[in-house]
Design a protein around this ligand. Structure first.
Ligand code: NIG
Ligand code: FE
Length: 401
């Protein structure tokens, strides 16, 4: 006899686990006890169940709740003027070199109160949640000093509640702040010795990220940062090979990174390094679109080498002012030619791997009861519709949102 709090029945399930396409279970049922899945399978094969509540949803589909594994949603202001400049032909790098770009958001975020930051970030989180997202990774990186990085990560922590899971990433090596102009080695020393250990002691960091690029930090500087992170037992990830091939992907893989993100310029050697280390390739087609990039990530090589591919919004005010996980899925299909199944895996099972979360991303016995319920007739519709939200209900940790 299986005891449960909630039984969802009459559903078709895209479990995203097992070897079959989408892990489909037709005419299925899911039994939830506390916050986890107590039983899942074909309804007519269910064991004897004793449930407090039953939800009959004939015709609906369910999938794991979606996971946005790369965002920068805690920031102030916007950069619509830079967007206009880029439309007129200025590049993202030119804007960054002339003091705009990330630094202009740093200036706004440093001035902003925690309350204001919390308010704008909460709005963005609610929008993601309204599309079925149950887990969001949030990066710092618009502070670049101890007090503002702390403020950003505290806001990220405050966003976490029983309705949403948040993973907090320290991105102190995002750009060089003006007070360290021409002194980038000193800045790396500052974040390694003063910022990272302090924020880690405050339990504000789940992982460490950096921007490896000629307009940001060198491979050697990132190695120093990653060595420090590993010494504190923090996993790493990297913005790698976004605008040029710097070998960032190989660098991330050599540290056993959870993920390497962007990857437009990743070489064959980089793909092989990811395959060997088990590092997830996080694709950010929103940034590719908004920066009018022409070079695409080596998707076929990732497939050939079985590199897991996740997809995320990269929601930020510069390269990706996009707050829609389903738009990111559609872009991954339309621009990078991922299949609809790869798109759904990219925001469920593979996104969970990119965050190092074993209890989410698939629907299986013992996993978290994070479940999205959809008004669709096949899961391939999730990368297909735009402007229509097919989400019917969202259940997080066993509770209806
Ligand atoms: O993922 N590439 C670096 N970081 C962000 C952009 C941040 C910004 O422009 O504000 C990205 O694209
Ligand atoms: Fe990013």
């Amino acid at each position: 006899m299986v005891q449960c709090d909630l039984l969802i029945r009459g559903i078709n399930i895209a479990s995203m686990s097992g070897n079959s396409s989408y892990g489909i279970i037709e005419n299925g049922a899911i039994a939830i006890r506390d916050s986890t899945i107590a039983w899942i399978g074909k309804e007519d094969l269910a064991p004897e169940l004793k449930t407090k509540k039953t939800l009959s949803l004939p015709g609906k589909w369910v999938s794991p709740a979606l996971i946005d594994c790369h965002t920068h949603i805690v920031f102030s202001g916007n950069r619509a003027w830079e967007f206009e400049d880029r439309l007129k032909g200025k590049s993202y790098q030119e804007i960054a070199k002339s003091g705009g770009g990330i630094i202009s958001t740093v200036n706004e975020t440093r001035k902003s109160s925690s309350e204001d930051l919390l308010k704008v970030a909460k709005n963005r989180l609610n929008v993601l949640q309204s599309e079925g997202v149950g887990t969001v990774e949030i990066k710092s990186g618009y502070g670049l000093d101890l007090s503002t990085e702390k403020k950003m990560l505290e806001v990220a922590k405050e966003l976490e509640n029983e309705q949403i899971c948040i993973k907090k990433t320290f991105l102190g090596a995002h750009a060089l702040p003006p007070e360290y102009a021409e002194k980038s080695d000193d800045y790396i020393k500052y974040i390694c010795e003063e910022v990272l250990p302090e924020l880690h002691n405050l339990s504000l960091i789940d992982a460490v990220d950096a921007f490896c690029e000629n307009i940001a930090f060198s491979n050697h500087q990132i190695e120093i940062l990653f060595e420090k992170a590993i010494s504190l037992d923090l996993p790493v990830k990297l913005h790698a090979d976004q605008l040029s091939n710097s070998g960032g992907t190989e660098l991330a893989a050599s540290f056993g990174a959870l993920s390497a993100d962007h990857l437009e310029y990743t070489s064959q050697k980089g793909v092989e390094a990811l395959a060997e280390s088990g590092t997830v390739a996080v694709l950010l087609p929103g940034a590719f679109l908004m920066l009018n990039e022409k070079q695409k990530p080596p998707i076929d090589d990732f497939r050939k080498m079985s590199v897991p591919m996740a997809i995320a919004t990269d929601c930020n005010p510069g390269s990706s002012p996009i707050c829609s996980i389903r738009f990111a899925m559609s872009l991954a299909a339309n621009l990078f030619h991922l299949t609809p199944e790869e798109c759904l895996a990219g925001v469920t099972s593979e996104a969970a791997k990119a965050l190092g979360i074993e209890s989410k991303g698939t629907l299986e016995i013992g996993k978290d009861a994070d479940i999205a319920i959809w008004d669709i007739s096949h899961p391939n519709e999730l990368a297909y519709w735009l402007g229509i939200n097919p989400l019917s209900k969202l259940i997080i940790a066993g509770k209806m949102i």
